[in-house]
Write a protein that binds this ligand. Structure first.
Ligand code: GRF
Length: 227
């Protein structure tokens, strides 16, 4: 299988080297981001806001969702960014859904796909085609899955945080790119803790995506390096 565009695999395939996908000087050479959302889209909004500065080196060229009517899609429309929806409908298999999602994303020729609150697992076909980054509201490998903030609170941890990682075939198992820690307060409930995590999560996502776009990245085993 050929690596995704922009990626050069070493002969041993142990090291992936991704050349920078944009330069900061020319917006025309900005990395093309497709962002996938399922909900509110505040992480998307942070990327949309960052894209307004050409020095960011990346622009959101489309936003996709697995459901209609979410605020993330409205944010994209307000920013003048094309949107698409690929639902997991009852009459199609997961593989059909994955194929449709892959086609819809490919139409926008992304250099990088960002899963920003996208509550679906994509398949091998999708991952063979596009490099993908996810943001997760816990310090992986602790508390993977959909209820990370609740699970961390229930466990009684005193520190949690957020993780930006490459997506692989597992659930929140891809190589970690960057993490930030957040203290858990005595009186935290899930909503309050999640809100504090998301404040850092947005900053981290923008920082990581911008650096990946401007400088490229290398993957060696589970170690991701942005030069
Ligand atoms: C984020 O905390 C993300 O990590 C999690 O869902 C939240 C999405 O927030 N999967 P938003 O939709 O970007 O506001």
């Amino acid at each position: 299988m050929d690596p995704p565009a922009g990626i050069v695999a070493s002969p041993a395939a142990a090291v992936l080297v991704v050349v920078a996908v944009s330069t900061s000087e020319e917006a025309a050479l900005s990395a093309r981001l497709v962002v996938l959302v399922s909900g509110t889209g505040t992480n998307l909004q942070a990327l949309l806001d960052a894209s307004l500065d050409p020095r960011f080196g990346a622009q959101v060229v489309a936003v996709g969702a697995d459901r209609d009517g979410v605020e993330g899609l409205a944010r994209a429309r307000r920013a003048g960014v094309p949107t698409f929806v690929v639902k997991v409908s009852e009459d199609s298999s997961r593989d059909d859904w994955d194929a449709r999602l892959t086609r819809s994303v490919a139409e926008h020729a992304p250099d990088l796909v960002i899963s920003a609150g996208f509550m679906r697992i994509v398949g091998k076909r999708f991952l063979d085609r596009f490099p993908m980054v996810n943001t997760h509201p816990a310090l992986l490998p602790a508390f993977p899955g959909t209820h990370a903030v609740r699970d961390a609170l229930d466990y009684g941890v005193r520190v949690t945080g957020c993780t930006v990682h490459l997506v692989d075939a597992g659930v929140d198992t891809g190589a970690v790119i960057a993490q930030r820690a957040v203290a858990v307060f005595e009186d935290d409930d899930e909503a309050a803790l999640h809100e504090r995590i998301k404040t850092l999560e947005r900053e981290l996502l923008v920082d990581v995506v911008g650096r990946m776009a401007r400088e490229g990245w290398t993957v060696s085993g589970r170690k991701v390096t942005i030069p």
